[in-house]
Design a protein around this ligand. Structure first.
Ligand SMILES: Cc1cc2nc3c(=O)[nH]c(=O)nc-3n(C[C@H](O)[C@H](O)[C@H](O)COP(=O)(O)OP(=O)(O)OC[C@H]3O[C@@H](n4cnc5c(N)ncnc54)[C@H](O)[C@@H]3O)c2cc1C
Length: 471
């Protein structure tokens, strides 16, 4: 029998890689994980999820955004917010998160090898450190590729890490720009657009498609656009950037329509591609698609069966939460541990200001598949907790089957949306009906009470329909 240095080698220490490594170690296996020293914790901890969500929290707190309903439109916790104020909190949280990751790996006896991993053959990986000649080679029975993604950069634009940035470089800004062009109205672009708008930056969003976030509930996206416009955000849909010029005074972005947009800085958020370029995939008998992504089967196995791939490098949904579970499931499958498939019901959270979250079907999906439903709505301004927290715009929308009264979808906009959605997810996951929510006592005053109000709204409408049809 061939003997390997490790039972499992994991390349990349983001959420997918970490959880694969820990699951392997918990099964008593010898595990190594590879990443560059400054990237332990992955894109998630260092440049993506954690920094962006901490930045959002700092923006919300320092601008006093969420308190203005109570204290007036000019209320601010700090008058002159600097980039240092924002970064202090962000760096602190990143530091803590990386410590947690390192401690978890250490506690579970996982070898953390610092450097860049590259295939030598299908069971062997070379780990190249930053110093010349710093190279080790290790072999593993199973390998998990969890190398994530990097921002896609159009070749026509000269990124300078100062005025023209990609979304991983936001934290390199030395000051809060007075104006900003955001290219790409995907989740990351819109999240940052809303944060800078809250800081007082005049933001222009350029998107080549006619709409944004078209997988979400259109009514909620409309509410978000209304709020962002109110924060001086300009949307340019159906427009393409042809070039960006830089001068000492700032930047000018030229669109194919001839429009020219001056701004202090430009941030590109136009998709991401799999970080596989330098992995030497061919040495392992693998290849990526034209966006650097790897294809896998339902067990996260690549075509080379002992090599798995998880997380953003395999594409949709490219979320930290999903990546973690994929990593765990890949390791379990490799070592013959029984696994359950992930439930199909997965939440989507968008941390714009205000935030959006949903789970289950959208109205458009139900309509196109001819599933009859009724809508129950609760507006935060009619909830005592909504008044207390000063959220006058939030709403929760339940989609309820008029056939069997099951909850088919929940869509939330406003304070706490990304947490609140999980109540609906749990009810839906257990096959619950709207009556469960009607008959459940919620703490008062809470935002969770929105479920009861929306459930009552839906049942009242269904009752009205029943009355009409039975007479
Ligand atoms: C701005 C932003 C905001 C986001 N917000 C959210 C959010 O709110 N919620 C959410 O769920 N998700 C969010 N995401 C997505 C989330 O960050 C990713 O889904 C998640 O990080 C993917 O995890 P992963 O395991 O694929 O690895 P990643 O976190 O992508 O990390 C991959 C790691 O692999 C390493 N690596 C690459 N190549 C090699 C190699 N050859 N050798 C060794 N190491 C290598 C990299 O250095 C990196 O550390 C956000 C992403 C971004 C960019």
């Amino acid at each position: 029998m061939t003997s390997y240095d490790y039972d499992l080698i994991v390349i990349g220490s983001g959420p997918g890689g970490q959880k694969a490594a820990i699951a392997g170690a918990k099964l008593g296996k010898r595990v190594a994980i590879i990443d560059r020293q400054e990237m332990v914790g992955g894109v998630c901890a260092n440049t993506g999820t954690i920094p962006s969500k901490t930045l959002r929290e700092a923006v919300m707190f320092l601008t006093g955004m969420s308190q203005r309903e109570l204290y007036g439109a000019s209320y601010r916790v700090k008058q002159d917010i600097t980039i240092t104020d924002l970064m202090a909190r962000t760096q602190h949280v990143i530091g803590r998160e990386v410590q947690v990751v390192r401690a978890q790996l250490h506690r579970n006896g996982i070898d953390l090898l610092n450097g860049f991993g590259r295939f030598v053959d299908e069971h062997t990986v070379a780990v190249e450190g930053t110093h010349r000649g710093d190279r080790t080679t290790i072999s593993g029975e199973f390998i998990v590729i969890a190398t994530g993604t990097t921002p896609a950069r159009p070749s026509v634009v000269d990124f300078d890490e100062e005025r023209i940035l990609d979304s991983d470089e936001v934290f390199a800004l030395t000051e809060i720009p007075s104006s900003l062009v955001v290219v790409g109205a995907g989740v990351i672009g819109i999240e940052y657009a809303s944060m800078f708008a809250a800081l007082g930056t005049r933001v222009t969003v350029v998107e080549q498609r006619e709409r944004m976030l078209d997988f979400c509930d259109p009514e909620i996206v409309e509410s978000l656009k209304f709020h962002l416009r109110d924060q001086a955000v300009t949307f340019r849909f159906g427009e393409k950037v042809v070039n960006v010029q830089v001068s000492d005074g700032g930047t000018v972005t030229t669109l194919a329509s001839g429009k020219r947009i001056p701004a202090a800085a430009v941030m590109y958020s136009a998709g991401r591609q799999g970080t596989t370029e330098k992995l030497d995939l061919a040495a392992a008998g693998l290849e990526s698609d034209n966006r650097g992504r790897l294809s896998v089967d339902e067990h996260y196995r690549t075509p080379v069966e002992h090599i798995y791939a998880v997380g953003d490098v395999i594409g949709f949904p490219a979320l930290a939460a999903t990546s973690m579970d994929q990593g765990r499931l890949a390791a379990y499958h490799a070592f013959g541990e029984p696994v359950h498939e992930l439930t199909a019901l997965q939440p989507i959270g968008i941390y714009t200001i205000p935030e959006i979250s949903y789970c289950g079907a959208t109205e458009a999906e139900l309509t196109s598949s001819a599933v009859p439903y009724e809508v129950g709505i609760s507006r935060y301004r009619e909830l005592a907790r909504g008044q207390i927290v000063g959220d006058a715009y939030g709403m929760l929308k339940l989609l309820v089957s008029t056939v069997d009264r099951k909850i088919l979808g929940v869509h939330v906009f406003g304070t706490g949306a990304t947490d609140l959605v999980h109540i609906g997810q749990a009810v839906m996951g257990c096959g619950g009906t709207v009556d469960y929510l009607v008959d459940t006592v919620f703490n008062y005053p809470t935002l969770s009470e929105a479920y009861k109000v929306a459930a009552l709204d839906a049942t009242n409408k269904i009752r009205a329909l029943d009355r009409f049809t039975t007479h």
